[in-house]
Design a protein. Structure first.
Lengths: 161, 788, 261
């Protein structure tokens, strides 16, 4: 076992891990941050997306030791300081962008990374950016709508007749 | 103005707050004190005889508590099948034992042979690798038609791979055949309804926890129906009475049918926790879920439609081979029979229908219900053969459907396949579709696509489904081994808040939001005064869970019944408080009023009186305000709709792009339009996935070629457009108190034929005479069709 | 996965030393290696992370070439190469998905030589030079078949030098599940000729399509490919496409790459 230290959601944390311990395992089991999910074992579904030093990464495909010294942000760190939903989270609720909730943390983290890079994306840019996040419930309609809404765009006419 | 609360309001989902902040509690998020970890040793061959299993090396490895094999389950049952079909001669289906761990033979890649329980997950994985299994490989039974023609047997003791040969309705057979003899036109189509892997994003997980002090068991599991698991596992597998077994299905990350069934892993962890004296947790990897979650669909069908000169349907007959996989999953036999044959009339007045289904055992993962379950298979073949008939006869595909619709004035309509539709208006639904899909503008869009060198096509189809499967006494006669009612307990607290304990289960459907809307409307109190409890057998009444779009139609009806009992009792209390007759009490906006007077008492005061019965008719009325109701529907509900899809085909690569998708549905009354639309979106997404992308493909040796997301193509955001959905055509269900029909599966049922019809339309408009392409209509298949 | 010792050196020399240990394996972005290790198909005893070596990162222009540090991520290349070599930037920006591009590296991809990866097409099509800790290898000599390269044990790619062509384009037809290239074509026009590299299609991995190179050298237009075609022999056939289908895609995607150039 090796000691690993990093900053998670603004808090310095450390723990003992094996070489093979994945970042997602450290977050879920070591820190009890179970909001980050594991939906596949081939680095494709995106349920485990977190930010490492501001960039969206799949935490199932990063060893905890490789993330030593980094700043990690997870879904648990996305709410406003007073505990209310952050703007992307709120847009997801307002637009019914989640059903079972399992892919949702990864979707929110990827969406946040997108909006940080591109504050006013087009529909195509949103869809393209979410290529690595699989949702089985929503057919993506309301997710894409929510991200556009979170970017401040008018979504009232989407798919209207 | 849209309503802001109660029935018809798009209330925001309260459950979202926990999911959006990472505070959901899924099964794998639960870690019990002293928990151990289970890892299964699974067969890597599709069919073989187990010569030996040597666990010694594995048992000696660090952290290993025990390695289980079949001998550790001697005297225990197999996981049972919940539906018994009788064949054309009245004989019961062949029904093999499905042991917890393989006994003597392995029958599919993924079949569980042994299981290691160790201190940590990695130790269990390390040890699982050290279990030595010697297997004599046998020829794999993969192709269904070959399987029934002779050769290797999946189950030697059954003597055949044919589970049953079912005819529906047998009396229709001769007159149907006769009608084909004299018909003006007959259209025939052979097609495959592709095998799918459900792929709920949360992989399955189960934790067994035996408590020595209390001598009872708790199973935490990713289930759509914890009571059913408790009954099946307790009564048939492990012989644990219900009062000693609690099943908890906490937040569940999607199911789509795949989490209805009782799986061997659930029974394993429950039993193993007693043997090792510690909680035992098993979490499925995605790779493992591809080879252990029950798959869906997998039908091979020949369908024939007889028509008269005007394109009116005279008769329909089908022959389907339905894959059961290696064992009978919980509801597998019912899917290609009573959930499929009964829907073959579709939205049309076809007077004669005969359906033949041969269910076949193969060395593949068991197949069972997946979103729609039988109804997508029925809809796909029917709507494809109609489309082909329209093309052959030169009739517009919308017109041919309109000519054959059951008329709005013809309900209730008795079909030739047993079911009676209570209500509907198919012309009106089609009218809505024509409008929202802008069918009139298609030609201009086609010309625009042509300028880009792309072939544009329009596909239209209808669907009907049967939801809220019922009534129990009828389905019992048809072979169901369970009741199909639903239950609710409504508990009013002393200060007026309510808790609804429902036997149905939410794994994304939003019950925690929608159910309170109904009660809010009935009593006239804010939705926030109502809380929903579900998913735990210890605090909900016996219920059948959530599948088949039944939660609101059946579970919601039980809740309405229980709430009506509450209101009736509350009126008596109110009458006592106001010294009036309960017949004269009216409840509106949370206030009880003596009719025709200004005397009133509010909801909270009545509730308080029920629990602090100082001024209370104790001689006539018990204190308290809590009621339970069970609701057993008198009929199915019949949502119906019309769907349209437009595609562009790139003739150079065969790539199909879905440009637009429109769905006009009739769900009867709608409680929460936002949630209903979300359900339709999701169903369409899955239907487009089936039509264009997804295929669980086996090679001849029974190896799953698409066993991960590297080869099983899941729909992504880039594969789908925004959808246009409309549910304004509403013919309320005539036999449940809410007039609701169910919306969970519609999208997945209605969308695959629209996509395929559109692709075939595009190719034919482009001058390529193509009758059919099997799903998924992948680029290579489309390219091959174009290039002969 | 099997356990291992994790080391994260900060210099190339340290990394080479660590890779000299028994059953040592280099780790870059990990998006191929980790899934393989999860399936227990790879079980190194020592895993040497290359992501902590500053010398291996960055994109810089050197004369008529772009030099990319081996541990530079796809996302970094997509951004940094946009002005000097836009076709390469587009190739990098189309790999996997954003989270994959934030971890996956050019060096890792080249060393892995997945037959459906994009980077081998970009490197071979550019006539790149693969720079390692001990030598320089021409792309034409580097790719040696499925998951096989000219790299020796413990040899580390440090950078890739890509000559910048006059015009270049990349067209990828995605495999619908993995989103790797079912077939991808990288076309680059240099003063001395045209290079066409095909990925995803060949049973031996990336290859050059000489016939198309000659035709495009004479006339750099998609129409120059009319009547040309590769033989399906030696092309991949699987769930997602027959060899004949891939042969068609080779021609179509090459034409589209020319169109995009």
């Amino acid at each position: 076992m090796t000691k690993v230290t990093m900053t998670v959601n603004g808090r310095a944390v450390s723990g003992e891990v094996e070489g093979r311990t994945l970042l997602v395992q450290f977050l879920r089991e070591g820190l009890g941050l179970t909001g980050t999910h594991v939906g596949c074992d081939t680095s494709q579904c995106g349920a485990c997306v977190v930010h490492v030093d501001g960039k969206a990464v799949k935490s199932c495909t990063v060893f905890a030791l490789d993330a030593a010294g980094t700043e990690v942000r997870t879904i648990e760190g996305m709410a406003n300081a007073d505990g209310s939903l952050g703007p992307i989270q709120q847009a997801f609720q307002d637009n019914h962008a989640l059903q079972c909730g399992f892919c949702t943390p990864g979707m929110v983290m990827s969406s946040a990374a997108l909006l940080a890079e591109n504050p006013r994306p087009t529909e195509a840019e949103v869809r393209d950016y979410l290529e690595g996040n699989i949702c089985r419930c929503t057919g993506y309609h309301n997710i894409v709508k929510a991200v556009l809404a979170a970017s401040g765009q008018d979504v009232s006419t989407i798919a209207a007749e | 103005m849209p309503k802001d609360h109660g029935i018809g309001a798009s209330s925001k989902r309260r459950e979202d707050v926990r999911f959006l902040t990472g505070r959901g509690r899924y099964t794998d998020d639960i870690n019990l004190r002293g928990q151990t970890h289970a890892v299964f040793v699974r067969s890597q061959v599709a069919h073989g005889r187990i010569r030996s299993i040597d666990t010694a090396a594995a048992e000696a490895m660090p952290g290993v508590l025990k390695v289980f094999t079949a001998k550790d389950f001697e005297g225990k049952g197999g996981v049972p099948c919940g539906w018994q079909i009788h064949d054309r001669q009245g004989k019961p289906m062949l029904e093999p034992k499905h042991p917890i761990l393989a006994e003597g033979k392995v029958r599919y890649v993924g079949d569980a042979i042994a299981c290691v329980v160790a201190e940590t997950l990695e130790e269990a994985r390390d040890a699982a690798e050290a279990v030595e299994v010697e297997i004599e490989e046998l020829p794999a039974v993969i192709d269904m038609k070959a399987a029934v023609a002779g050769g290797a047997l999946v189950h030697d003791e059954l003597g055949s791979n044919l589970c049953y040969d079912w005819g529906f309705i047998e009396d229709n057979r001769a007159p149907t055949d006769a009608a084909f003899q004299t018909a003006h036109h007959v259209t025939t189509l052979e097609l495959v309804n592709n095998r799918l892997v459900p792929n709920a994003m949360e992989p399955r997980c189960a934790i067994g926890d035996y408590d020595f002090a209390r001598d009872d068991y708790t199973l935490y599991t990713t289930s759509q129906n914890p009571h059913v698991i408790r009954l099946l596992m307790g009564a048939f597998v492990l012989s644990i009475p219900e009062h000693k077994l609690r099943v908890v299905a906490p937040d569940v990350g999607g199911g789509f049918g795949s989490k209805i069934f009782h799986y061997v892993e659930e029974a394993f962890v429950t039993h193993a926790s007693k043997v090792v004296g510690r909680p035992v947790k098993w979490t499925c990897t995605r790779s493992e879920s591809f080879m252990t979650d029950a798959h869906g669909r997998d039908h091979v069908t020949r369908i024939e439609l007889a028509l008269d000169r005007e394109g009116r349907f005279l008769a329909l007959r089908t022959e389907t081979y339905a894959n059961m996989g290696a064992y009978l999953s919980t509801f597998a036999p019912s899917i290609p029979t009573y959930l499929h044959g009964t829907l073959m009339a579709g939205n049309y007045k076809t007077p004669l229908i005969y359906v033949n289904v041969k269910a076949v055992f193969t060395n593949t993962v068991p197949v069972d219900a997946y979103r729609g379950a039988g109804r997508p298979e029925a809809t796909f073949q029917l709507e494809r053969v109609i489309d082909k008939a329209a093309r052959e006869m030169g009739i517009d595909p919308i017109e041919i459907r309109r000519r054959n619709f059951v008329g709005a004035d013809e309900f209730p309509y008795q079909t030739p396949v047993a079911v009676q539709y209570d209500t509907g208006n198919y012309q009106a639904t089609m009218d809505r579709l024509v409008q929202i899909a802008d069918i009139a503008g298609f030609e201009a869009r086609r010309a625009e696509s042509a300028r880009k060198g792309l072939l544009r096509g329009l596909g239209v189809n209808c669907y009907i489904e049967a939801c809220g499967i019922a009534p129990s006494n009828l389905v019992g006669q048809l072979g169901a081994r369970a009741g199909l009612y639903e239950s609710a307990t409504v508990r009013v607290n002393a200060t007026g808040g309510l808790v609804v304990m429902t036997g149905s289960h939410s794994h994304g459907q939003g019950h925690e939001t929608a159910f309170p809307q109904v009660i809010s409307e009935m009593i006239g109190i804010p939705e926030s005064m109502v809380e929903v409890v579900h998913g735990d057998t210890s605090n909900t009444p016996m219920g059948m869970g959530t599948y088949g779009s039944r939660s609101l139609a059946v579970g919601g009806s039980a809740m309405v019944k229980a709430t009506n009992k509450i209101i009736a009792k509350a009126k008596k209390i109110a009458a006592h408080l106001m010294e009036a007759s309960d017949q004269d009490i009216e409840l509106k906006d949370g206030k009880f009023t003596v009719a025709g007077t200004d005397r009133s008492v509010d909801w909270g005061s009545v509730c308080l009186a029920a629990y602090v019965p100082h001024n209370y008719p104790l001689a006539e009325l018990e204190p308290g305000l809590e009621e339970t109701a069970f609701y057993d529907p008198s009929n199915f509900t019949y949502p119906a709709g019309a769907y349209a899809c437009e595609v562009e085909v790139d003739p150079e690569t065969g790539k199909v792009t879905v440009c637009s998708f429109a769905a006009a549905d009739d769900f009867g009354n709608v409680i929460n339009p936002m949630i209903v639309e979300g359900q339709v979106h999701g169903g369409i997404g899955q239907g487009i996935g089936q039509a264009m992308l997804e295929a669980a493909a086996y090679d001849g040796n029974g190896q799953l070629l698409s066993g991960s997301y590297m080869d099983y193509a899941m729909p992504r955001a880039t594969d789908v457009p925004f959808y246009k959905v409309d549910h304004s055509c509403q013919t309320p269900c005539t036999h449940n108190p809410l007039g609701v029909k169910g919306c969970g599966e519609a999208g997945a049922i209605g969308s695959p034929p629209a996509v395929v019809n559109a692709v075939i339309d595009a190719l034919n408009r482009g001058g390529h005479k193509v009758d059919h392409i099997d799903m998924p209509v992948s680029p290579v298949r489309v390219w091959q069709a174009i290039n002969g | 996965m099997h356990n291992f010792e994790f080391v994260k050196p900060s210099t190339v020399a340290e990394a080479v030393r660590a890779l000299g240990r028994e059953d040592a394996q280099a780790l870059a972005g990990g998006h191929t290696l980790l899934p393989t290790m999860k399936q227990r198909l790879a079980a190194p005893a020592v895993l040497v992370s290359l992501t902590g070596i500053p010398d291996l990162r960055g994109v810089r222009r050197e004369g008529d070439a772009l030099v990319i540090g081996a541990a530079t991520t796809h996302a970094e290349v997509a951004k940094a190469a946009a002005k000097d070599y836009p076709a390469l930037a587009r190739l990098a920006g189309g790999i996997g998905d954003p989270a994959v591009r934030n971890r996956g590296t050019i060096g890792g991809s080249l060393a892995n030589n997945d037959p459906a990866a994009c980077w081998p097409a970009g490197a071979l099509g550019s006539g790149a030079t693969i720079v390692t800790d001990r030598r320089q290898i021409a792309a034409d000599d580097f790719f040696r078949g499925l998951f096989t390269t000219a790299l020796e044990p413990a040899e580390i790619i440090t950078a890739v030098r890509l000559p910048i062509p006059a015009r270049a384009g990349y067209a990828k037809f995605e495999q619908p599940a993995s989103r790797f290239a079912l077939t991808g074509a990288f076309v680059a026009q240099f003063p001395g000729g045209v290079r066409v590299a095909i990925t995803g299609a060949g049973e031996d991995g990336v290859f050059r399509w000489a016939e198309a190179e000659r035709a495009l050298a004479a006339n750099f237009a998609a129409s120059a490919l009319d009547g040309l075609g590769v033989s399906p022999d030696g092309l991949v056939g699987d769930l997602h496409g027959t060899p004949q289908y891939r042969a068609n895609l080779v021609r179509v995607m090459t034409g589209r790459a020319v169109g995009a150039a």
